[in-house]
Ligand binder design. Sequence first.
Ligand code: UPG
Ligand code: MN
Ligand code: ZN
Ligand code: ZN
Length: 825
Amino acid sequence: MMESGVPVCHTCGEHVGLNVNGEPFVACHECNFPICKSCFEYDLKEGRKACLRCGSPYDENLLDDVEKATGDQSTMAAHLNKSQDVGIHARHISSVSTLDSEMAEDNGNSIWKNRVESWKEKKNKKKKPATTKVEREAEIPPEQQMEDKPAPDASQPLSTIIPIPKSRLAPYRTVIIMRLIILGLFFHYRVTNPVDSAFGLWLTSVICEIWFAFSWVLDQFPKWYPVNRETYIDRLSARYEREGEPDELAAVDFFVSTVDPLKEPPLITANTVLSILALDYPVDKVSCYISDDGAAMLTFESLVETADFARKWVPFCKKFSIEPRAPEFYFSQKIDYLKDKVQPSFVKERRAMKRDYEEYKIRINALVAKAQKTPDEGWTMQDGTSWPGNNPRDHPGMIQVFLGYSGARDIEGNELPRLVYVSREKRPGYQHHKKAGAENALVRVSAVLTNAPFILNLDCDHYVNNSKAVREAMCFLMDPQVGRDVCYVQFPQRFDGIDRSDRYANRNTVFFDVNMKGLDGIQGPVYVGTGCVFNRQALYGYGPPSMPSFPKSSSSSCSCCCPGKKEPKDPSELYRDAKREELDAAIFNLREIDNYDEYERSMLISQTSFEKTFGLSSVFIESTLMENGGVAESANPSTLIKEAIHVISCGYEEKTAWGKEIGWIYGSVTEDILTGFKMHCRGWRSIYCMPLRPAFKGSAPINLSDRLHQVLRWALGSVEIFLSRHCPLWYGFGGGRLKWLQRLAYINTIVYPFTSLPLIAYCSLPAICLLTGKFIIPTVMNASNPCLFLVFNIIYIHCFTFSNLMISSQTWQVFSFLAFSFPLS
Ligand SMILES: O=c1ccn([C@@H]2O[C@H](COP(=O)(O)OP(=O)(O)O[C@H]3O[C@H](CO)[C@@H](O)[C@H](O)[C@H]3O)[C@@H](O)[C@H]2O)c(=O)[nH]1
Ligand SMILES: [Mn+2]
Ligand SMILES: [Zn+2]
Ligand SMILES: [Zn+2]
C-alpha cells in the first residue's frame, strides 16, 4: 500500500507514484495536476507536452528523460496530431438550418442530397449487416464466448412471464383481505360510537380516516397481480440477425429533451447523447434527436464537440464492450476495470481515451464558462453569422444533422448513428406546451427524416446504463405475439448519487419495484416520462390492431381517437380497425398516383382528412401511412429538410389533434401520466421491463428546495388532470377498454395530492385534543380495548406509507410517533 498522501492520477486512477527523491511525482509544477508517470510518458509519446489543466509546458527535466527514452517518435506524433486537429476543427459546422437562412438551407439540402443518395446506394447493395459477425463476437464478454452454449432457438418466444409463486402471493393477498375486514370493523366502531362531547373533532377525524382508508384501497388493489418478466436477447439475435442476411432489427428514434443548459449541464446532456450513440445496436437503426427548447448556442456548440468526440468514444466502447457507455459515469466507476478484459491493448487505449475525454471535458467547460454572460449584441456563430436563437422566446426553427451516412465516420472508418439538433420555432402568442410540445415536435421531425417504427425518449439527465436496453425492449415489441398490442415498454427510473438513507425519497422504491410490477399484471405500467420505448403507431392515436374498431363517428375527423358511443354491431367488423383500413386505402392511392405531380398528390392526400388530425404536411402524413416505418421512397429528398422545418413551426399544431388526441397529450405538467392514460384507454397494453443491469440512470434533485418544487409540480400536474376532461374518474368509460383495476391506479395517481388536506387536519387533531382536553375516541375504550389501539395504529401507519407525498424515513417516524403517543396520552 502506498501512503495516503500520494495523489491519484487523474487519467488512470492509479496513485501517481514517487520520484527518485521519494516525493510524489509531479509533472506540472504550475498547478500540480495529478498525473502518474506512465500516463505522463504516454502523453509525451502522443506529442502533448503541456499540462492538461493549466496549459503550461511540462517540467523540462522530466521531458528530457522521457524523450531520451522514446526518441524521435514524439515529434512525429505531434505533427500528426496537429494535422488531425486542423481536420477536426474544419469539420465544426457552425451553420444551422433555419427557415429564414438561405445559406443554411443550401447546406441542409446538400446534406440531404448526400444522405438520400447513400440510402439509394444502400438499397442497391442490399445492406450489409451493420456489425459483422466477428465484431459481434468481440462484444460478447469472454466468459460467455467460451461456454459452449446451445445455439438459441429463433422460434422460441422472446420473453416469458415469470409468475410470482402462489406461496408468496397468497399470504400477501390474505393480509390485504384481513386488513380490509379489520378496516370495516374499525369503521363500524367509529361510526356507531360518536363522541358527543367533541362532535366536531370526532367528525373531522372520521372523515379523515375514511379518506385514508379509501386511498389505501386505491393503492392496494392495483397490486393484486404482480408479474415478473424475463427476456431472451440471444433469441432476438438469432431471429433477426441471421448470419449473411441483412439485419432485421427495427429502427429506433431516440429523443432527448433539454431546456436550459445553465440548469441542465451540457456535459450531462452530452453524456446522454454519447451513451445513445454507443449503444449495442446496428448503427443504421439508431438516430438521436436532441430537442433544445432554450435555443441555446451553448447546447448547439457542445453538441458539435460531442459529435466529434463520439468518433473516438463509440469505437472504443464497442471494441471493449464497456458499460456504461456514458464516459463521465464509466470513468468514475469505482470497480476493477480490468476484470473480464482480455485484449492486451485495453489498458493503453483506456488511458488514451481517458485523456481524450478530459480534453473534451475541458472544451465543454470552456464553452459553459463562455456562456455565463451573454454579450449585448447576442451570440455569434463561428462563421460570423448571428445565432438565430438569440431570443429564446422568439426565434425560427433550427435543425442540424450531424454524423450519419453522409456525415463524419468514426476514427476506424465505420458509420455512426445520426445525430440531429432540433430547436422548434418559438413565437410570442403561441403556446409551446413545455416538454410535451417538444416531444411532439420531435415526433414530426423524426417522422420526416427517419421515421423509425419505435421511439425511445429520455430526459437530458438520464443516460443509457445498459447498452443492450433497446434489445430488451425489442424482445417485447418485435415479438409477433406479444408486441402487437404493446404501446410502450417502460423501464424503471434509477438514480445515481443518492445518499444512503435516500433523504428525499428519490428512489421511489415502492413505486418502481412494487406498484409498477403490479400494474404490469393488469394492463401495464404507467408512463413515467423517461426511459420508455414507444410504438410510433400508438402515438398517432390509433387503437391496437387486435382490438375491435371504434365505430366511425361522422362528426369527428379522427374516428380512432374518440371513444365510441356504441358498440359495433356487425361481429365481422369487430376485429378490424377502421382507421387502419383507411390507411391501407390511402397507401394504395399513393402508389397509384406516383405519376401525379406534387400538388395533385397533396390534394389527394388531403381528401383523406388526415390534415385535420396531423396538420398540413403531406410528407408527414405520408410517413404515418408507413406502418413499418422508413422514409417514403416517393418523397422528394430536397423537400425533406424544408419539411422538417415546416413541421416544427409554432403554428403547425393549430386546429389539429396534436396534444389533444395524438402524440404527447397537453393539459398537465405531468404530461406523462396523461399520455400513457390515453393509450390505455384505447385498449393498448404496456410492458414493464427490468433488466438485471438497470437500463437507464438519471440524476435526481438532491437538495430540499429542488425536490420540494418537483413534488409540488407533480402534485399540481395531478390536480390539473383531475380537473380536466381526461379525469380517470369519468373519462373513457365508453370504450370499455380500460381495465377497472388500471383505472383505480390512475385514480390513485391523480387524487393522492388531496390526501395532504386530511393529513394536515389529522395531524393537528392531537394538539387540539391536548389543548381542549377533549378526545376523538370515547374514553371508555382507552385501556380496555388494546386491540382497537393496534388497529387504529396500523391504519394510521398505512395511510402514511402508501402516500406518494414526500415522506422520508424521518418524517415518517415523526408521524408514527404521533400516531402511537396520542392514544396513550
Ligand atoms: O419546456 C420544457 C420543459 C422541460 N423539458 C424537458 O423535460 C424533461 C423533464 O423536466 P424536469 O424539469 O427534469 O422535470 P422532472 O420533474 O425532473 O421530470 C420528471 O417528471 C416529468 C413530469 O412528470 C416527466 O416528464 C419527466 O420525464 C420525469 O423525469 C427535461 O429533460 C427537460 O429538459 C423540455 O424539453 N421543455
Ligand atoms: Mn429531471
Ligand atoms: Zn496514470
Ligand atoms: Zn498545470
